[in-house]
Design a protein around this ligand. Structure first.
Ligand code: E4P
Length: 217
């Protein structure tokens, strides 16, 4: 499963990229606003840090506006993926941009039938929001299972990009459900390394090793 970082903070992204384990980045208008930077500058720098897909979201709500913004964003760098909302206009724009060879990440997906439409529209990524469904008392992970089954039933190549991830447990379950990718806040990515038995095991080995008085080199 590919791991993306959900952030527009270049300091955070450089730190995560240093792991060598990051395959892409997702941003949204809230994250760009939080960065305090101009969209074009932020996306250009992020694309230079991470060579994989970098999602940049259009904010227009009409088809022509989405197309104009999408084409503009796609010209910033070759690894930009245009992010569009799962609305009727968003899917119309998805079809046009996909036909032009621009990859589209259809975002704000909350149901399996929405994901079916996005795949039919030619989306490169579908972003189901797990955490926001959980917040509503609905099992977000069940949506990932349903989309996986539907895409496999009909051979859709749209990549499932599990989003709104709130925990390492979400990552585990998304991987088990066959999600192609997951996008994580940097804090959750850092948590994936951790296990208390790893920490205590390292401490015990070092204690025993120290008692030998040896050094390997
Ligand atoms: C992904 O593309 C979204 O930007 C992100 O996962 C949303 O997460 P949130 O629900 O925690 O804001």
């Amino acid at each position: 499963m590919q791991l993306f970082i959900d952030s527009a903070d270049v300091t955070e992204l450089r730190a995560a990229a240093a792991s060598g384990l990051i395959d892409g980045v997702t941003t949204n208008p809230t994250l760009i606003a939080r960065s305090g930077r101009k969209m074009k500058d932020a996306i250009a720098e992020i694309c230079s840090i991470i060579p994989g897909p970098v999602s940049a979201e259009a904010v227009a709500t009409d088809v022509e506006g989405m197309l104009a913004e999408g084409r503009y964003l796609a010209r910033i760098a070759s690894n930009v993926v245009v992010k569009l909302p799962l609305t009727e206009n968003g899917l119309r724009a998805t079809q046009v941009l996909s036909d032009e060879g621009i990859r589209v990440n259809v975002t704000l997906c909350f149901s399996a039938v929405q994901a079916l439409l996005a795949a039919k529209a030619g989306a490169f990524f579908i972003s189901p929001f797990i955490g926001r469904l959980d917040d509503k008392g609905v099992d977000g992970m069940e949506l990932i299972h349903e989309i996986r089954q539907i895409y496999d039933n009909f051979g859709f190549s749209t990549n499932i990009l599990s989003a709104s991830i709130r925990s390492a447990e979400h990552v585990r379950q998304a991987a088990l459900a066959g999600s192609d990718c997951a996008t994580l806040p940097p804090k959750i990515f850092a948590e994936l390394y951790k296990h208390e038995l790893t920490d205590s095991g390292v401490a015990a080995f070092l204690k025993d090793w120290g008692a030998t008085g040896q050094s390997i080199l």
